[in-house]
Design a protein around this ligand. Structure first.
Ligand code: FAD
Length: 417
């Protein structure tokens, strides 16, 4: 089944046009080839198979570029679409319908987040050296903030230190879950600037530093096994006396925390629209199975349990989608006013996504957990999203704080704005 994506009457023609052209490539070029595009290296696969896959990917990327749909998150001067927030969000739900499609449209985390941070905070020199190769695909990158010894949900607790020594920083610290760590040519590392002898302190201004992975002292300990797999590209990294020129600091010392928040705030909207697109796909798969599978003398679609799954999933998707679009509209008017809404979707959408995929798996029975369908991967992805980019609990605290703060000022909450 392909995505039923038609123009939306309440949005402008430009966004509809982007969505329709995106859907055309997703439906005609990506979904029919999904099995081949993303097949893990299979036993017995020959090099010519691999070459064929790479050619297939390159062909689709070229088509995307020709259609003017490459890198929606980047400004036009860097070869991107220069989309405003809302248009990008609307495009993402279409992109995410097909597994892995985002990478064929030039927008893959963590590279895309690093690109946006480099565009905003990078010097001209840093852009030439790191941003441009990242955009043209000759370099890979990672974002290294979370530490095993400190709570990732409280990023101000980091202890990775950067000590100024002449025209260098000397970095020492221990990170993990640095995604894309195996392939990365550089990491953007969140550090705390401290005086020599104060290493390990939780006091001091934060700064992001661009660290080439080939630098002496950058030790990739392992690709951490996740979800039962023995290895992944989410890496544990030890930084041991890593000497980096001070010009690799991204933005000013003290701006590090804000830069990370900028990245995550915007990213959460895009993650949520991706989740909506994937829920849409799971929903289509669930209904497709319900309308064709005979059990106990009738089609699944005629059983009330299954009708309940369909109705509950419809409600989950619509609620997620409308909440996320509402938050994206607010971001267009200034990030600060959208903080509560961003936290609300960051909790609601991954939970709804988990529920929808869970029901789709149930309807498909054993096939639902097999690798023949994208549902098992979606299920793990949805569950992971409830932790990454801030766990549910942290966002609940923020919502309650904002709401209570408003009531404390003698005002009720205005749900209309
Ligand atoms: C697949 C994956 C990829 C990732 N990629 C990256 C990456 O590229 N770069 C990077 O830097 N990090 C990455 N992370 C790390 C991620 O950002 C952190 O896992 C996340 O911020 C949570 O931090 P933590 O794991 O240290 O959990 P902790 O901070 O230890 O929190 C554990 C649990 O405690 C609870 N909790 C926390 N605070 C409160 C509170 N105030 N009240 C009540 N309960 C609370 C929550 O349930 C939370 O899940 C990734 C994680 C995953 C799973």
């Amino acid at each position: 089944m392909t995505m039923n994506c038609k123009p939306i009457s309440t949005i402008d023609q430009r966004i509809n046009d982007i969505r329709m052209r995106t859907a055309e490539i997703v439906n005609n070029d990506i979904i029919p080839n999904e099995g081949r595009l993303w097949a893990e290296r299979r036993a017995g696969e020959t090099w010519s198979d691999r070459t064929e896959v790479l050619e297939l990917r390159a062909g689709i990327k070229e088509k995307v570029k020709q259609a003017g749909l490459w890198a929606p998150h980047l400004p036009t001067e860097y070869g991107g679409m220069g989309l405003d927030f809302l248009a990008h969000a609307y495009m993402n739900e279409v992109l995410a319908y097909a597994i892995g499609a985002a990478s064929l449209f030039g927008v893959v985390a963590p590279n895309s987040g690093n690109q946006s941070v480099l565009v905003k905070y990078g010097t001209e020199d840093q852009k030439q050296k790191w941003l441009l190769p990242l955009i043209d695909g000759t370099m890979e990158s990672g974002f290294s903030m979370t530490e095993p010894e400190n709570a990732g949900s409280d990023p101000r607790s980091i202890t990775t230190s950067a000590v100024r020594d002449g025209d260098h920083f000397v970095i020492n610290g221990h990170k993990w879950f640095t995604s894309n760590g195996i392939d990365a040519d550089f990491f953007i590392v969140m550090c705390r600037v401290v005086e020599a002898g104060q290493e390990g302190s939780k006091v001091g201004p934060m700064v992001q530093i661009i660290v080439p992975t080939a630098t002496k002292g950058v030790n990739i300990v392992r690709g951490i096994g996740v979800w039962g797999r023995s290895e992944s590209d989410h890496c544990e990294v030890r930084y041991e006396d890593v000497r980096i020129p001070v010009e690799n600091a991204l933005g000013r010392v003290g701006e590090g925390h804000q830069a990370a928040q900028d990245r995550l705030g915007a990213g959460r909207i895009f993650h949520c629209m991706n989740s909506v697109g994937q829920m849409w796909r799971a929903f289509d798969l669930m209904v497709e199975r319900a309308t064709t599978r005979e059990v106990h003398g009738g089609l699944l679609q005629d059983k009330q349990f299954i009708q309940g799954f369909i109705a509950d999933s419809y409600i989950d998707i619509q609620a997620s989608r409308l909440m996320t679009i509402h938050a994206a509209e607010k971001i267009d008017q200034g990030l600060q006013g959208a903080r509560t809404d961003i936290s609300a979707i960051k909790i609601f959408v991954p939970n709804a996504y988990s529920r929808v995929v869970d029901r789709a798996i149930q309807v498909w029975g054993a096939a639902g957990v097999s690798n023949d369908l994208p549902l098992a991967g979606m299920y793990m992805g949805a569950r992971t999203l409830r932790i990454a980019d801030g766990p549910d609990e942290v966002h609940k605290i923020l919502i309650a704080k904002n709401v209570l703060g408003q009531y404390a000022q003698g005002e009720g909450w205005d749900f209309g704005n």
